[in-house]
Design a protein around this ligand. Sequence first.
Ligand code: AMP
Length: 291
Amino acid sequence: MQLIKQIPSLQTQVKAWHLAGETVAFVPTMGNLHSGHFALIERARQTGTKVIASIFVNPAQFDRAEDLANYPVTLDADCAALAQLGTDVVFAPSAQAMYPSGALRTKVEVPGISDVLEGEKRSGHFIGVATVVNKLFNLVQPDIAVFGAKDFQQLLVIRQMVNDLNMNISIEAVTAVRDEDGLAKSSRNGYLSATERKIAPVLHQILQQTAQRVIALGAQGATAYQAVQQEMLGKLAQAGFTAEYLEVRRNTDLQPPQVGDEELVLLVSAWLGKARLIDNLQVLLREGEII
Ligand code: AMP
């Protein structure tokens, strides 16, 4: 496995692979890798002949300076794990290489899908995400890019960007990887104290309960789900979370469901101590499926 930090070296490697007829599968990450990221690498290995992972803690997508300053950096351990999994290249550029002018200049905005939920709570976050993913796509020139459904809204933002800008890249989604107690793997779980870590799976349990209640109600539209949302927000508060939102939305555009809408997603964001946790579950009413 090669660790590449310089942009021209990456471009030379990618060009050679494309000339040789290789299919490049790409996994963008911010490092501090866990089994959630590894599932994306596995998918990339199944779909491409060459796998590139990027590790870049993107300053442009952090809405709080403190979060950026504390974000865990574990490059050596990440590279060891990626090598084990058969990754061909790790691209780990510096912030200076990615943003030579020191700031975001040209920006990619994905309106609509970016304006709700996480976009409302984290000002400018999705502009930072869309811009850096666009830059990484231009550098890596992937045929396939793999993202986690753990960050459901991010996945939809990327899909819309790829579609709207006619990017010839196939976007693959991997279901959230969880600990045995249901807590979705996240680099931010490291901020939890031992006591908070015991409480944290309640987030997933509440989503499961919400999903059951929504299935029982059926495709009744947003108003019908409001009482359940309120009740579940109350349960989160009782457990010790400070919730930002818990919403039933359509899984296509994250708008409130109309009567008859059957493809839904439940999305939650809540603080537990110093950790801001997000999670989601899709509910497909026709199939009675929870994903
Ligand atoms: P991050 O390093 O947090 O920016 O995440 C990089 C990629 O890994 C994104 O596509 C995330 O959605 C994905 N990811 C993060 N956590 C998980 C998880 N628990 N299961 C599956 N994918 C994940």
